[in-house]
Design a protein around this ligand. Structure first.
Ligand SMILES: Nc1ncnc2c1ncn2[C@@H]1O[C@H](COP(=O)(O)OP(=O)(O)OP(=O)(O)O)[C@@H](O)[C@H]1O
Length: 350
């Protein structure tokens, strides 16, 4: 469930002070300890790991997932091992085979595998009670823009929640209101640099391990997210300097509205005879409520989500279903919606 991130004063990008404010706000939330920090070795999660290790000495564990997606994956893992050793923070590592299913994007598959791996790492003894992730305000803006670019509905526009519960763990994104540039500035203030900068400077007192690695795939224009980061965010910064906070508010409004729709859908599904719904009861609802309850039924009972075109067709078929003999059969998501007597039915292979 979404909850609004704590208010962190971040008047402009590039202000290291707002990182300290975000960490202080996270401390006030008192996450249950011990806490895992999802640590990729990149700048953002390095800042989060360092900040949390200072807040809760001896109570923080770094969690690294080796996706094996890039040749660089084992170098990232070695870097994480070395950095955590220097920091005196225990590190748990898990390797995953991030193969993606047909029709699924490689990034989405990697994300799903990452969450499963983080859950498994947290369950290793001694079990952790919370996990923090390092997504920041720019990531949130990118998520909203990606959702808009796909024509997503409220669940997509709600973007990433700041706090939620899953798998018996409290999850948090403490940096969701912090601009990415502020994190880089904060890291520089702590004397940290990229490992390349460290090696180039040959700084013995600040060896290569005490920094972060730049993920080369973050620069690739192949990914829409990277194009948004490189081209759209600078334009927004120039035209609408307050866009991060404004987009975050819109995402929070969308999250709240989505929660309300879920509650209405749960009530409507119960009033339609529960799952699967009774067709005549569905017909008494407005088309918008029918679509809402159908989406809820398909997602919660069958992990299936109809496209806009499929939903339009499904509503038309339900409206036309006024006689006993009227048949209904429609491809929806990964399966089929059929008529079975007075009710709808969902079958994987209809
Ligand atoms: N391989 C990984 N292992 C553990 N956690 C990860 C890994 N990759 C990402 N995460 C977590 O998920 C968050 C979002 O991932 P994303 O890929 O957007 O970030 P990133 O570019 O890797 O960020 P960062 O600069 O922190 O490394 C990261 O901030 C981090 O907390």
């Amino acid at each position: 469930m979404h909850s609004s991130p704590s208010r962190v004063p971040c008047p402009s990008a590039g202000e290291a002070a707002c990182v300290d404010a975000a960490l202080a706000a996270f401390a006030r939330q008192r996450p249950p300890l011990p806490l895992g920090v999802a640590y990729s070795g990149g700048a953002d999660s390095t800042a989060l790991l360092l900040g949390c290790a200072r807040l809760w000495p001896g109570q923080v564990v770094a969690l690294h997932v080796n996706h094996g997606l890039q040749e660089a994956a084992s170098a990232f893992e070695s870097h994480c091992v070395a950095f955590c050793q220097r920091l005196g923070v225990p590190l748990r590592v898990r390797r995953v085979q991030a193969a993606h299913a047909k029709g699924e994007s490689p990034e989405a598959a990697a994300r799903a595998h990452r969450y499963e791996a983080l859950l498994a790492l947290a369950a290793e003894p001694p079990a952790l009670r919370a996990i923090a992730l390092a997504q920041h305000a720019d990531d949130q803006v990118e998520t909203v823009l990606l959702a808009l670019s796909r024509g997503a509905g409220l669940p997509g526009l709600a973007a990433m929640p700041a706090r939620w519960q899953r798998g018996g763990l409290a999850w948090a994104r403490p940096f969701l209101r912090v601009p990415g540039a502020a994190l880089r500035e904060w890291l520089a203030k702590q004397g940290l640099k990229t490992v390349e900068e460290n090696s180039a400077g040959n700084d013995a007192g600040n060896s290569a391990e005490m920094g972060w690695v730049e993920d080369p795939s973050n620069a690739s224009a192949r990914y829409t997210r990277n194009r948004i980061r490189a081209q759209v965010l600078p334009a927004l910064q120039a035209a609408l300097p307050g866009f991060r906070a404004a987009f975050a508010r819109s995402a929070a409004h969308a999250a709240q509205a989505q929660q309300l729709l879920q509650e209405v859908a749960a009530q409507d599904l119960a009033a339609c005879g529960a799952a699967p719904p009774v067709i005549a009861a569905l017909q008494t609802l407005s088309p918008a409520r029918q679509a809402n309850v159908l989406r809820y039924w398909l997602a919660s009972c069958h992990a299936s989500s109809p496209s806009s075109a499929q939903m339009t067709e499904l509503l038309a078929q339900i409206a036309a279903c006024t006689t006993r003999g009227h048949r209904l059969r429609l491809k929806v998501g990964a399966g089929y919606v059929l008529r079975q007597g007075e009710r709808l039915q969902w079958l994987e292979n209809g």
